[in-house]
Design a binder for this molecule. Sequence first.
Ligand code: PRP
Length: 187
Amino acid sequence: MPATKPPPESVLISESRLQHRIRELGAQISTDYENQELVLLGVLRGSVLFFADLARAISATGPPNPDCGVRVRFEFVQLRSYHESTKPSKVQLIHGGSDYLEHRHVLIVEDIVDTGYTLKFLREHLGTLNPKTVKVCTLLDKPAQRQVPVAIDYIGFEIPDTFVVGYGLDYAQQYRNLPYIALLESI
Ligand code: PRP
């Protein structure tokens, strides 16, 4: 049976606010990496919708302006977290993180930074692959849940300590295809 949508009054960030902010992030990233090659490294699965919209908000090298813009390449990693109530989450690499990242500028694209364990693990893993630079762009930042300090270079929205779904974020694998961010208050 299809998932029931969260009620409209629970919309935390509307589709238009999301898209406006993503255009701003794309413009900033386009300026910061002008005329350079940039590997967008998406963290599966939650970042998929944000990744696709952000990538299109970064000015492309190509017709009609082959000499300016950002030369973007797509790469992906998939990670798995094990949550145990009394211990910090363990994170494991399932797929991705190729040797192609060596000597490249890498921008990690995340949907949300919560405890920070995923990002800490990924930064340490990328360190072994010898990239030129590593920066982080997250759509959502929930600092109230942070367990380990992590540096974030581009943040779409800072959100309160609430459970959110939509625009890639799930609850039991549902709600990922909502075009907005909603509060799921019954969790
Ligand atoms: C979510 C999200 C981040 C991570 C952040 O992924 O996409 O990768 O949690 O949490 P943290 O800061 O506490 O580590 P999740 O493990 O839910 O997998 P998914 O992307 O497949 O939904």
